[in-house]
Design a protein around this ligand. Structure first.
Ligand code: ITT
Ligand code: NA
Length: 198
């Protein structure tokens, strides 16, 4: 059993592989389809971008495809980086560059105003079907120094008070129990059988 996920992000791919392995599925990603051109994320919302990725690739492959559009929503920055999370410091910049820009933008913001959440929208698309959409959030605070080596993206700056550590200090098992992506996958699993068969 295989699920195709329209992502080029290795950090996401690793998490999906673990999350779906529990359900007995292997995953394929866009790395397995080097002939496909990159889908431009021209949407204005997470859902629009997730739809663009899932529906474009499902049409091209003529099979069901899942896509994830996600990002970090920082209250003191009026929701930025949001849908621009992957390209906050510029196109094709590193996670380190994005994290440095985030810290810089928040330099003068006091601790109690550094609230944020990760958001994840998942779209499951299939030829001749209306897409299935689920979403979830994960609340935390933006730190002042990166901590931890695990995860990807903004994880070293995303402090989770309940566990008293950053997402990058969590094991993948810990993060995959509570993250925005894990919560969204759980919602998807409740709905996808009926959707695929309907
Ligand atoms: P694909 O579109 O190919 O899936 P992408 O990285 O471009 O990969 P997005 O457009 O959805 O994906 O941007 C998501 C960005 O949000 C990602 O690059 C990270 O910077 C951030 N992000 C999302 N989930 C995260 C997580 O669990 N931990 C840390 N950062 C995360
Ligand atoms: Na992207």
């Amino acid at each position: 059993k295989t699920i195709v996920i329209a992502t080029n992000n290795a950090g996401k791919a690793k998490e999906f592989a673990a999350l779906f392995a529990k359900e007995g599925y292997r995953i394929k990603t866009l790395r397995d389809y080097p002939e496909l051109e990159e889908v431009e994320e021209t949407g204005k919302t997470f859902e629009e971008n997730a739809r663009l990725k899932a529906e474009t690739i499902a049409q091209l492959l003529q099979q069901p495809v899942l896509a994830d559009d996600s990002g970090l929503v920082v209250d003191a920055l009026n929701g930025l980086p949001g849908i621009y999370s992957a390209r906050f410091a510029g196109e094709r910049k590193s996670d380190a560059a994005n994290n440095a820009k985030l810290l810089h933008e928040l330099t003068d913001v006091p601790d109690e105003q550094r609230t944020a959440h990760f958001h994840c929208t998942l779209v499951f698309a299939a030829p001749q079907k209306n897409s299935l959409v689920v979403e979830a959030d994960w609340s935390g605070r933006i730190g002042r120094i990166p901590y931890g080596e695990n995860g990807f993206g903004y994880d070293p700056l995303f402090f989770v008070p309940e566990l008293n550590k950053t997402a990058a200090e969590m094991t993948s098992e810990e993060k995959n129990k509570i993250s925005h992506r894990a919560q969204a996958v759980r919602k998807l699993e409740k709905e996808w059988k009926a959707w695929l068969e309907g």
